[in-house]
Design a protein around this ligand. Structure first.
Ligand SMILES: [Zn+2]
Ligand SMILES: [Zn+2]
Length: 570
């Protein structure tokens, strides 16, 4: 595949790819963290490595051109000089020194940036081992799980495997960078992201684009220079697949202007969606020959269907509903009237109640609920009973000033192991509403966890169930619950769910949100903001709400406070 010219230039200058540079910075971070190094510095190296994997520009070239590397987010002076050293000398002295000084079991951790060194060394000690090979064996034999628990086993499994997936919000950065590269460096005429990223699936394994160009082989060639060097895995006359530095794959698909709409449909829909379309028509590709299908709307119209939003193209009931004209009008950001889950400096938030309120007003919201952690959650500075009483009076005073936004008195109340709530009823009664969440005892089994939630919902001051399954995407699965029983109990008790918009939670999942909505249970799209800037994460929650097919009437915080207030009184 490589052209003569590229093969030659590769021989004369052994350019490093961004991935190789990132590996060394991540390795350094690993070794630093086994020392008594400042954790912020360790984090900075890890973060820089992750950012570098997304960059389209070749750092190697930039260094040789003497460009200012601190122009990129996450790269400060110290890291820029480390990158220069790596590119110009092929080495990083600090990494080599640390490697030389470290015992072999520690030195080898530098090659596994996703393994937490401290936890791994603890596992080594407990199991009496000292190498990655033995760690892998103990994982496979199940010894890690039995001796150190499920979470440690999960961590080790993840740390030993290569990353093949990334969170949607990270993939969005990558999408933007690649799109710009295609338009400015590859001279494509038109580009559109398709696939899972366009459907807003929460975890992305492949990022895909449809492109229009007169020189597809040229685009493929140039894409191999993305981030310094990017591996071409497969290619044909109208398609190519690359392995990106971040561990996921990139797929390009050539398409003509004439068949653009058809192509977008074929490349965006899930397999199940395409199968349902095929049930309506003959083979989809045979449609292209007859007349031009330049837009997706034209395509769906040809099949006698209404336009289907990308987020719905999963093969649920969207094709049937597009045929009968009964597709939902999906909720949008403009429909959101307020925020119902936000933290302040009273617990583990970064900004004060007033600052959070100002940021919400800035967004045009009518209200913001301050739901700091409750007393038992010590690691997140849970608010004592006494302090919450004070906070209630304080918020009353702030609302008295009538500052253009209503601050709601709330709390993210821990659901204790037995299903009781973490504050006495006489205090809960004074709040406008509660978000109730599980933050402990994840190890209970499905039956116990479900009972715990049902008992909590029996409390008349329970309003919204926070992050229902506790999942952290790409980190840990949620605890198991019988979602149908929980939904039914919520319906009977007048309780609500949230879609937590934090990009690593997105909990409820779209599937679970669909079930709740089908039972008529309203869902709040909350951000769980711990700072003012995080209020904007609501769009990731909305992505999932749209995937669940929610219209604005199905979303709790699309209502004005008057209507909401009535719903929150049980
Ligand atoms: Zn929480
Ligand atoms: Zn929270």
């Amino acid at each position: 595949m490589e052209t003569h010219e590229e093969a030659e230039s590769a021989q004369t200058s052994p350019a490093l790819s961004n991935a190789e540079i990132a590996d060394r910075l991540a390795g350094l971070a690993q070794l630093l963290s086994t020392q008594k190094e400042n954790p912020y510095k360790v984090k900075a190296y890890h973060r820089a490595a992750a950012r570098i994997r997304l960059l389209s520009d070749s750092l190697d070239e930039l260094v040789r051109e003497d460009a200012d590397l601190t122009q990129f987010p996450g790269i400060g002076e110290a890291i820029a000089s480390a990158i220069r050293e790596i590119v110009l000398t092929g080495k990083l002295r600090k990494l080599d020194t640390l490697r030389g000084q470290a015992a072999p079991e520690i030195a080898s951790l530098a090659d596994y940036p996703r393994l937490d060194p401290k936890r791994t060394l603890r596992a080594y000690k407990k199991l009496g081992i000292s190498s990655i090979e033995s760690l892998r064996e103990k994982l496979e034999s199940g010894e890690i799980e039995s001796a150190l628990g499920l979470r440690m086993a999960q961590h080790v499994r993840q740390g030993l495997s290569e990353a093949h997936a990334m969170l949607l919000y990270r993939a969005d950065d990558l999408r933007d960078a690649i799109e710009e590269f295609l338009l400015t460096k590859c001279a494509v005429k038109r580009v559109q992201v398709v696939g899972a990223s366009r459907r807003r699936v929460e975890v992305i394994e492949e990022i895909a684009f449809v492109i229009e160009t007169d020189d597809f082989p040229g685009v493929v060639r140039r894409m191999q220079r993305y981030g310094g060097r990017t591996a071409l895995l497969e290619s044909s006359a109208d398609g190519a697949v690359f392995g990106l530095a971040s561990g996921i794959t990139l797929r390009l698909r050539l398409c003509s202007a004439r068949a653009w709409g058809l192509c977008l449909v074929m490349e965006t829909g899930s397999e199940a969606h395409l199968k349902k379309l095929e049930a309506v028509t003959e083979r989809l590709t045979s449609l292209s020959g007859k007349t031009a299908l330049t837009t997706e709307t034209a395509f769906y119209r040809r099949l006698g269907l209404a336009y289907i939003e990308p987020e719905l193209r999963e093969g649920n009931d969207e094709v049937e509903r597009a045929g009968t004209g009964s597709l939902p009008k999906l909720v949008t950001e403009a429909d959101i009237r307020g925020e119902l889950h936000a933290h302040s400096t009273s617990s583990d938030g970064v900004h004060s109640i007033e600052q959070m309120a100002a940021a919400a007003r800035q967004r045009g919201y009518e209200y913001i609920g301050i739901s700091d952690h409750s007393q038992s959650l010590k690691i997140a500075s849970g608010v004592s009973v006494e302090d919450l009483w004070h906070q209630i009076k304080y918020i009353d005073k702030l609302n008295g000033k009538n500052d253009g936004i209503r601050i709601l008195k709330s709390s993210e109340v821990d659901i204790l192991a037995d299903g009781s709530l973490d504050y006495p009823d006489d205090l809960l009664r004074e709040l406008d509403y509660t978000v109730c969440s599980i933050h402990s005892r994840f190890g209970l089994n499905r039956e116990q966890q479900t009972e715990r939630l049902l008992r909590a919902m029996d409390n008349r001051y329970f309003n919204i169930l926070g992050h229902a399954t506790g999942r952290l995407l790409l980190k840990r699965p949620g605890y198991e619950i019988d979602i149908d029983r929980v939904v039914e109990h919520a319906r009977r008790n007048g309780c609500f769910f949230e879609i937590n918009s934090s990009p690593d939670r997105l909990d409820l999942s779209a599937d679970n949100a669909r079930r709740a909505a089908a039972a008529g249970v309203l869902i709040a799209v909350n951000t769980d903001s711990h700072s003012m800037g995080e209020l904007q994460l609501v769009r990731y929650g909305l992505d999932q709400a749209r995937r669940a097919g929610l219209a604005k009437f199905a979303v709790l915080n699309c209502r004005p406070w008057q209507k909401l207030q009535a719903l929150l009184k049980r």
